[in-house]
Ligand binder design. Structure first.
Ligand code: UT7
Length: 324
């Protein structure tokens, strides 16, 4: 008998303001057609001026708690994946903790940019398997609109804001790949690629938050290769392959990256959850957002084998295989 980190609730929150591609045509030399065909994005949400990452995270957390049918007092720890915290410190996770009225447990943030939710799931899984926590609230939450350079058409049309939350519970498993819960994880990073996607400010350099800079085309070329490789590694560790997967819930950066990766894994697009058209790239929030949408639509069902993969700044990338 081993302990498995089994999903018992999922939820998400999107800020109210919907921004269609056409809105960028007024201020930039761009078009709805270019954004759609190059990225698959049709619209995204932007947080209101006074709406923070922790507020988005708290809404998503409440939805996940309601879905699980438990209260905040039943949670042992909160892990938030984000690169756009409200403040340099304390962590967004502690703000979520107090926002939910939690008076016990622990809370911390994980920063692995667009791969953040994969890293957070990996951390939560290790803690649950080690018996350190029984129930963990794992959140991806971002306000990337705050780090956009609105004069840079090659980046500002691609990102959006939002939050998704997943609750994992320690449950006994057999150790076989037929168990429910997280079955396999593969994490990677390579700091030699740090200039491909970064923010040009920070605490110990400029003292300001900075703006996002990206060599989109160079990153694109890395993405499909690395995502397919990490997915195959994660599946291979438990004796599975692409054809065993019921649903791919990928990071939502670009429809062409999602399609290219699915093709390499021999998976038809019918088995891929795609939300990039509605959310844009929400960095660490994109996977839990997509997961929550697919569960709410009744597509993902108990027992389904799910593969999630993501790549982003660092570069950092990885994959998680879990049975719903
Ligand atoms: O989530 C973290 C990971 N991020 C990613 O995985 C993003 C990876 N990259 C991408 O998704 C794509 O590279 C982009 C969507 C960013 C760009 O697509 P692309 O097919 O790689 O285009 P490109 O960068 O090669 O640019 C093609 C052309 C350029 O013009 P020239 O030099 O060929 O004349 C750009 O200046 O498109 C131009 N361009 C635009 N045109 C209209 C760039 N941005 C825009 C724009 N509107 N918004």
């Amino acid at each position: 008998m081993i302990l498995r980190a089994v999903p018992i609730g999922v939820g998400h929150y999107l800020p109210a303001r919907i921004v269609p591609n056409a809105e960028f045509e007024q201020s930039l030399d761009t078009s709805d057609e270019w954004i759609r065909t190059r990225s698959g994005i049709e619209r995204r949400r932007f947080a209101a001026e006074d709406e923070t990452t922790s507020q988005l995270a708290i809404h998503a957390a409440r939805a996940a708690l309601a879905d699980a049918g438990i209260g905040a007092g039943d949670i042992d720890g909160v892990i938030v994946a984000t690169s756009t915290p409200d403040l340099t410190f304390p962590s967004v996770a502690t703000m979520v903790q107090s926002g939910l009225g939690m008076e016990r447990g622990f809370a911390f943030d994980v920063q692995a940019v667009c791969a953040g939710f994969i890293y957070a799931l990996s951390t939560a899984n290790a803690m649950i398997m080690a018996g350190q926590a029984e129930r963990l609230l794992v959140i991806g939450a971002e306000t990337f609109s705050r780090i956009m350079d609105w004069s840079d058409r090659s980046t500002c049309v691609l990102f959006g804001d939002g939050a998704g939350a997943l609750i994992l519970e320690a449950q006994p498993g057999s150790g076989a790949n037929t168990d429910r819960g997280i079955l396999s994880v593969d994490l990677n990073s390579d700091g030699r690629y740090r200039d491909m996607l970064y923010v040009d400010g920070g605490v110990s350099t400029t003292g300001s938050a900075g703006k996002l800079r990206m060599q989109g085309n160079a990153l694109f070329r890395q993405a499909v290769e690395k995502l397919a490789a990490t997915a195959e590694t994660a599946l291979g560790k438990i004796g599975l392959a692409g054809q065993d997967v019921d649903w791919v819930v990928p990071h939502q950066a670009n429809i062409r990256i999602i399609q290219g990766t699915a093709k390499k894994l021999n998976l038809p697009m019918e088995r891929v959850v795609v939300t990039v058209q509605d959310h844009g790239n929400t960095s660490a929030a994109s996977i839990p957002l997509a997961l929550s949408v697919a569960v709410a639509e009744g597509r993902i069902r108990r027992g389904d084998l799910i593969l999630s993969e993501a790549i982003g700044g660092g570069l950092a990338w990885g994959a998680v295989v879990l049975r719903w």
